[in-house]
Design a protein around this ligand. Structure first.
Ligand SMILES: Nc1ncnc2c1ncn2[C@@H]1O[C@H](COP(=O)(O)OP(=O)(O)OP(=O)(O)O)[C@@H](O)[C@H]1O
Ligand SMILES: [Mg+2]
Length: 270
């Protein structure tokens, strides 16, 4: 769909495959994706479809075999390791299914970590981390070791840590995957708020349909292709071959606009 909104992330002909022994596993080939600034995008698909692989590439944690990735006008696929690490630290917040907090460190120290890693002093890092913990409702837990916190609290600390550097982009891989339903709902509410208040561009990999349905757009990774799914129900056209029933057809609302088209060479543009 033509839009005036600047593109936050663009992939061009992204190809990723893994080689083990003599066999090659192609995850996707020539994948093209545009994520407009401010979008909240859900990435869904079956286990093994390559969702985490794609997210790692978008976050500069892994390199594609071929293809390019741009953040705004900046190509991250051409950056060296040190530049890429600095770029990640400054531009991207990550939240994982497991929180990856350091259990022996306090909540506050865990949240300070990305700022300390970029060379900020504790004088600057400590109040910035405290502010993020307060936003997550965890001010009173700041001095607790992260290993002493509940699963939901640990995930909130992880969100605070992802945001402490004021990133432009938030990438999350099954961030509610380890939580019970009610806690997962609360974390999803928190992501809504965090996305809006921080003017983020967010990509959420999720198996949770309720969580995906909160997003602006839902893309399903399937057989190496990205296909638009419809978070609000109804019929969506997933390619130029015809119409198909949306993945979330049971939910209320109008159909989403068509954003997916397949080129003559079979490449799909989403
Ligand atoms: N380092 C690796 N070496 C070889 N194969 C890999 C590697 N990482 C992932 N794969 C394979 O790539 C495929 C995609 O993996 P990926 O983790 O991206 O799937 P996913 O869609 O995130 O699945 P899930 O929903 O279970 O997390 C899988 O078949 C996986 O086994
Ligand atoms: Mg995964």
């Amino acid at each position: 769909m033509p839009t005036d909104t600047p593109v936050a992330i663009r992939t061009i002909d992204l190809t990723k495959s893994y080689t083990s022994g003599n066999s090659q596993l192609v995850i996707f080939e020539r994948l093209n994706l545009e994520i407009p600034e401010g979008e909240r995008l859900a990435l869904i698909g079956e286990s093994g479809a390559g969702k985490s692989t794609l997210l790692h590439l978008l976050g500069g944690l892994d390199r594609p075999n071929q293809g390019r990735i741009f953040f705004g006008g900046r190509e991250i696929t051409s950056l060296g390791q040190a530049e890429l690490a600095d770029f990640r630290n400054r531009q991207i917040g990550f939240v994982w299914q497991t929180h990856h907090l350091l259990p022996e460190f306090t909540a506050l120290e865990n949240v300070m970590m990305p700022l300390l890693m970029r060379g900020a002093g504790r004088k600057l890092a400590s109040p910035a981390a405290m502010r993020r913990l307060d936003e997550m409702g965890l001010g009173p837990r700041a001095s607790h070791r992260s290993g002493e916190l509940s699963g939901g609290e640990q995930q909130r600390v992880a969100i605070a840590r992802a945001l402490v550097t004021d990133p432009k982009v938030l990438l999350a891989d099954e961030p509610t995957g380890n939580l019970d339903h009610k806690t997962g709902e609360k974390i999803a509410d928190l992501f809504d708020e965090v996305h809006r208040l921080n003017r983020l561009t967010s990509v959420f990999v999720t198996h949770n349909i309720g969580f995906a349905s909160r997003c602006d757009r839902v893309l399903r990774l399937e057989a190496g292709r990205l296909v638009e799914d419809n978070p609000r129900g109804g019929i969506v056209q997933s390619d130029n071959q015809g119409m198909e029933q949306g993945h979330f057809a049971g939910l209320q609302g109008e159909g989403a606009p068509l954003d997916t088209a397949r080129g003559e060479d079979g490449t799909n543009y989403v």
